[in-house]
Design a protein around this ligand. Structure first.
Ligand code: 2P0
Length: 320
């Protein structure tokens, strides 16, 4: 009745932004991501309790704030008649700051809870359940390059390439560790309802997904860089044009983009992407990692830099 799982966050190169169905949390567009190796969330679920309600510990301290979404995910997986759970989560990176903490948290939670309850569900089924809790979490059930297809009435996931086949590196530049003002669930709905560019974003996503899939298949770094930067800036343009506007960037975010442009001008294989937060993720070829890391860590306003390779999907590490 107890199990522990580990999962890593993933970084979308072709972004999920917008929901087709808010109640079932179905994304309006497909997305392509890379799962990281070095940033991890370890999640333990204990169902053998006589607790009067679920208890959530995050890095050792009680965190009732996140509990409603966690409890809803457990209800979805185990049914509402389940016993209450003690859930304990440890992450080695800052939460709620645009580093995809919900992706690693909900993918690890789903896998640990299924393990604790002795359910034998496929990765695909677990991904669908994790995705209902947090859209991007579905992708962290898989490693390497992952596509989330927005098919009909549900989602479908496909592993495009494993982590070893194209070992890209990601340098994460942390420009702000505070909690963001607008969560991505709310921000996506503001964009859908008010951004004049939203409909066009939906229509054009298939073209971007095709271009990224082809670049990955051919290990074409320049091709992947061009489409990933374009897709990222398009997503942020939708947010900026929303009412009220949603601007996650800080001054240091822009400075990091300038650093990446300078490195590109010097012939380095690197490109940027930015999610629902102010952090910049610089994806690069292994031979350029050190130069990119050094350049970003000395960019004014950058508080911390982390480096990660690509890694595996969520996995069960302990069951008792
Ligand atoms: C992504 N993001 O594809 C995009 C890019 C942020 C920007 O998925 O509402 O926490 O829980 O399904 O998955 C972040 O949103 O959203 C996200 P919900 P989620 O990675």
């Amino acid at each position: 009745m107890r199990a522990t799982a580990i999962a890593q966050p993933n970084i979308a190169l072709i972004k999920y932004w917008g929901k087709r169905d808010v109640v079932r949390n179905l994304p309006a567009v497909g997305s392509i991501s890379i799962t990281l190796s070095e940033l991890q969330t370890q999640m333990s679920v204990d169902l053998d309790t006589d607790l009067p309600g679920d208890v959530l510990l995050v890095n050792g301290g009680e965190e009732p704030r996140f509990l409603p979404r966690i409890s809803a995910c457990l209800n979805d997986l185990l049914g509402e008649q389940r016993s209450f759970a003690r859930i304990s989560s440890h992450s080695n990176f800052p939460m709620a700051a645009g580093l995809a903490s919900s992706a690693s948290a909900f993918s690890a939670l789903t896998m640990a809870a299924a393990g604790a309850a002795d359910l034998s569900l496929s990765t695909r089924e677990l991904a669908r359940i994790a995705g209902r809790a947090s859209g991007s979490a579905a992708r962290s059930l898989y490693g390497g390059f992952v596509e989330l297809k927005n098919d009909g009435d549900s989602i479908e996931l496909e592993s495009l390439m494993d982590a070893e086949s194209w070992p890209l590196q990601v340098v994460l530049a942390i420009t702000d560790t505070g909690r963001k003002e607008t969560g991505s669930t709310e921000a996506m709905e503001i964009s859908r309802k008010t951004s004049p560019f939203y409909d066009d974003w939906i229509v054009r996503q298939a073209t971007d997904l095709d271009a990224a899939r082809t670049a990955i298949e051919q290990r074409d770094f320049a091709g992947l860089a061009a489409i990933a930067e374009h897709n990222c800036l398009k997503m942020h343009s939708i947010m900026w044009a929303s009412r009220p506007p949603i601007v996650y960037w800080k001054a240091a975010t822009m400075r990091c983009l300038q650093t990446v442009r300078r490195l590109q001008g010097e012939g380095r294989s690197v490109f940027f992407t930015i999610d629902a937060g102010p952090q910049v993720k610089a994806v690069c070829l292994p031979e350029d990692t050190e130069v990119v890391r050094e350049a970003l860590s000395t960019t004014p306003g950058v508080k911390q830099v982390m480096t990660s390779g690509l890694g595996a999907g969520a996995r069960l590490v302990k069951k008792t």
